[in-house]
Design a protein around this ligand. Structure first.
Ligand code: NDP
Length: 362
């Protein structure tokens, strides 16, 4: 399927999103039933991480798929026993409203398709778990929150590190001031981008480059460790390959100030491997993780010699179990839509600072 024909699917789906939903049944559950999750967009993350994770979750299971690629539909149906009645294309998603086996839609499509896919899922009365970044600008991210609010469904964002034990141990160290007050945070994430044809390099689908894709993890680190929102951002951009990165950012370095006086320095890049960690300098030492952002094996150290190396089973299973539990108990997830929206706002401020050539105050 071409990008254009996918787009026309999306236009249709967005129009259908206006359909009113029927929904006292949104939270209704048969006791003991695992919540059904439909994965929307069967790409790399869905195939290699999310579907395997859903075979391990205690309170939810893979129950449906949404795809624009018929061959993938056939493969997933066979591999995971998904019935034809729970298999959708982007333009038939609205029919999920009638499917009681599906409670949650996990949107794993390119960034700029999150809005129409969330709108379609929410309008069908399904709770939504949406990958990061929530969308490509604040207006569209707000549209996601509005769609879920209007439909009365829950919204969670795929911030797996909010549930990853090593990252959360660092949050504890910061909060409890185990090594004193956090003063300075360095956080960096990047990889050397391969395939020059992929959507991550197209502005209309990705919204931006490495900043939107991996810089968001560094932003999350600073917000998790400080428990605060940045109040001032100053950024600069470097582009060494103007052909590959014609439409999106290659490398951005940005500084943020937080109300308590913490300062953070972050780098996101599509130009180099080897950056995937953070270090927090504190009044009595330091702590950090390297790697901090991988799917497995995140670990680190503290200045007092203590290792930070907590075994983690599966980050995707953990975040999905938490969201399913939120749906079952009507609890607000800590990886909320509001957090996703504010992250997009701060990423936009990074771009704004580059464009203006000066710091921006938030
Ligand atoms: P992929 O390119 O591997 O997969 C995206 C899938 O979206 C495609 O395979 C396709 O599935 C579907 N799609 C629908 N329309 C289009 C279109 N116009 N162009 C391309 N694909 C389309 O991307 P990823 O799986 O790597 O990323 C998907 C989302 O997940 C992104 O938002 C990304 O930021 C996020 N992500 C999050 C990670 C995390 O750790 N939390 C890690 C990696 C990605 P189909 O053929 O079924 O229609």
């Amino acid at each position: 399927m071409t990008a254009n024909s996918r787009r026309s699917f999306l236009v249709n789906s967005a129009a259908l999103a206006a359909t009113p939903l029927l929904a006292d049944s949104v939270f209704a559950q048969a006791p003991g039933r695992k919540l059904g999750v439909a994965v929307c967009g069967l790409g790399s993350l869905a195939t290699n991480q999310i579907a395997p994770a859903l075979t391990k979750t205690r309170n939810c299971r893979l129950a449906g798929i949404v795809t624009g690629t018929p061959e993938k539909a056939e493969k997933w149906q066979k591999q995971y026993g998904i019935p034809a009645k729970s298999t959708y294309t982007y333009d038939t998603m609205h029919q999920m409203a009638k499917n009681k086996d599906i409670d949650i839609v996990y949107v794993v499509t390119p960034n700029a398709l999150h809005l129409p896919h969330v709108q379609a899922a929410a309008a069908a009365g399904k709770h939504v778990f949406c990958e990061k970044p929530l969308e490509i600008n604040t207006e569209r991210a707000q549209g996601i929150l509005d769609a879920c609010k209007k439909a009365g469904v829950m919204l969670g964002v795929g911030y797996r590190l909010q549930f990853e034990a090593n990252n959360q141990e660092c949050v504890r160290l910061a909060k409890e001031k185990v090594l004193g007050d956090v003063k300075i945070i360095d956080a960096n994430f990047g990889f050397a981008m391969g395939d020059p044809t992929q959507w991550r390099l197209k502005r209309d689908l990705a919204g931006g480059g490495a900043l939107m894709d991996v810089g968001i993890y560094c932003l999350q680190t600073t917000r998790m460790l400080t428990g605060e929102d940045p109040m001032w951002i100053s950024a600069t951009e470097v582009k060494t390959d103007t052909v590959k990165f014609r439409e999106v950012d290659e490398t951005i370095s940005w500084t943020m100030k937080f109300p308590s006086g913490v300062i953070s320095n972050c780098v996101s890049t599509y130009a180099a491997n080897g950056l995937a960690g953070f270090r927090a300098a504190t009044t009595r030492g330091w702590f950090g993780l390297d790697p901090a952002y991988f799917y497995n094996g995140n670990r680190g150290r503290r200045s007092d010699g203590t290792e930070i190396n907590i075994p983690v089973a599966d980050q995707f299973a953990t975040e999905l179990e938490d969201f399913a539990d939120c749906v079952l108990t009507k609890r607000q997830t800590k990886a909320s839509g509001e957090m996703g929206l504010s992250d997009v706002k701060y990423l936009m401020a990074v771009y704004d600072s580059i464009k203006k050539g000066r710091p921006v105050t938030l």
